[in-house]
Design a protein around this ligand. Structure first.
Ligand code: HEM
Ligand SMILES: CC(C)=CCC/C(C)=C/CC/C(C)=C/COP(=O)(O)OP(=O)(O)O
Length: 408
């Protein structure tokens, strides 16, 4: 992370620390009054904000590391001793430890807030670049699959407020993860041609710490919003999807194996689980089917594109199938995954309904035709057609799954 040791955190990280300190103050004052529901909810708000600040400090602002990590450690201690309070039947010693931990966490977070105002200010960067960091076009399809997951979970129209909260929380999680991906991939994005070299961090327009703070803040806000207004399972799933994309796919798989997108594709398949859990508070078979549909769809979706920009990945030393195994093998694998995808989507029609099954068969037949044509002739034109069709295919298939319970 190219950060000057003397640089000050940006306004977003400062706000995150201030939010964490404010929520910790609520934890402490509500403890002084009574141990009610608001007390635990405030802790659920404080913890993700403090963790985001500590991660930001670890990566970019060493000066903030001691205070933020102390605040996190003490908040965890307060949560653990809170459990002991319940177990020990409100014994005075346990209550004392619990309150002391929460109050010390508040003190540490206030110290962090003061320290966050010290140092040289880096530029903030244009607003449009922040939007670019969230990969908005990809996010649209991720949100659509999440929304469909919620309709399937609800067996029809979900509650309007829950739907709004779920889509906002999921958008924050996807946008935050994508921003962190921009930070971690800046070195290779610079080498991969126009599509990626002009990105805010890769091009040098935006200082990496600004994008890091943005990604961490969105991720923490997503957890806070989903946990406090939807349910904790939904918040954990969105967090897990984002972490998998950032830590496992971006941080490790992408640069180390040509199975990167097969395994990493699991991250992009999490949104339907988020939507389903938001509607039901649990995960059952239909949620797993939706997850697996996106999982099987990802390889043909991405490899069709990778065939067109193979040289870009090779220039950056990123092992993608067309570069490591050649175009012939890639088209073979695309066809193989397409057959699996279409067979699977039709097979799960038993759970997802007749309208959905009809759509899966019709849309799938054309998917297979395009994959077969690409197999016969691995031309750029045929790869472009399959790539674009893959986007419309997934969108329509998930719309069909969402409206099936409404119409049939
Ligand atoms: C590991 C999994 C995936 C990889 C490696 C991947 C890769 C890519 C790449 C490199 C692009 C071109 C983006 C650009 O123009 O800059 C793209 C486009 C796109 N992807 Fe994926 N993708 C994956 C999974 C997904 C998932 C799960 C979704 C949504 C459900 C998705 C939705 C889209 C959309 C909507 C576009 C078109 C964006 C545009 O028009 O610019 N992708 N994908
Ligand atoms: C629930 C939740 C938050 C899940 C995370 C979902 C998520 C952000 C998936 C992203 C999939 C994607 C854009 C891959 C692009 O790969 P790449 O980054 O290699 O593409 P690039 O070459 O364009 O950088």
């Amino acid at each position: 992370m190219p950060s000057e040791p003397s640089a000050a955190p940006g306004p977003l990280l400062r706000l995150t620390i201030a939010g964490g300190a404010a929520a910790t103050a609520v934890v402490v004052t509500s403890a002084a009054l009574e141990f009610g529901r608001g007390h635990w909810e405030a802790a659920l708000v404080a913890l993700p904000l403090l963790v985001a600040a500590a991660v930001g400090a670890k990566v970019a602002y060493p000066r903030l590391l001691a205070s933020t990590s102390t605040a996190v450690g003490l908040m965890l201690a307060a949560i653990a001793t809170g459990g002991i309070v319940g177990w020990a039947g409100d014994a005075r010693w346990a209550v004392g430890l619990h309150v002391a931990a929460a109050a010390s966490s508040l003190a540490a977070s206030l110290v962090a807030l003061v320290v966050s105002f010290r140092g040289e200010r880096l530029p903030v960067g244009p607003l449009r670049d922040y939007l670019t960091l969230t990969k908005p076009r990809i996010m649209t399809l991720l949100l659509l699959t999440g929304a469909a997951g919620m309709f399937v979970g609800a067996g029809g129209l979900p509650d309007g407020w829950d739907f709004l909260a779920m889509t906002t929380g999921l958008a924050l999680a996807c946008g935050g993860a994508s921003a962190l991906n921009h930070v971690m991939d800046a070195d290779i994005d610079r080498l991969m041609g126009e599509r990626t070299a002009a990105r805010p961090v890769a091009s040098g327009r935006m200082p990496a710490p600004r994008a890091l703070e943005f990604g961490l803040t969105l991720t923490a806000l997503s957890f806070v919003l989903l946990a406090s207004t939807v349910n904790v399972l939904t918040a954990l799933l969105a967090l897990a999807g984002g972490l998998f994309y950032v830590v496992v796919y971006t941080g490790y798989l992408k640069r180390s194996t040509d199975l990167n997108i097969v395994i990493g594709g699991a991250a992009g398949a999490v949104p339907p689980l988020v939507g389903f859990a938001a509607a039901t508070g649990s995960l059952t078979l239909p949620a797993l089917w939706l997850f697996l549909i996106v999982f099987l769809w990802t390889p043909p979706h991405f490899w069709a594109l990778a065939l067109m920009i193979k040289e870009h990945y090779q220039a950056a030393g990123v092992p993608m199938l067309p570069g490591t195994r050649g175009d012939r093998e890639t088209t073979r694998q695309i066809l193989l995954y397409s057959v699996l995808l279409v067979a699977f989507t039709v097979a799960v029609g038993w759970w997802l309904g007749p309208l959905y099954t009809g759509a899966a068969a019709l849309l799938g037949a054309y998917f297979l035709l395009l994959a077969w044509r690409l197999r016969l002739d691995a031309s750029r034109r045929r790869a472009v057609v399959l790539f674009h069709y893959s986007l419309g295919y997934l969108a329509l298939l998930f719309v069909a799954a969402a409206i099936d319970p409404l119409l049939v």
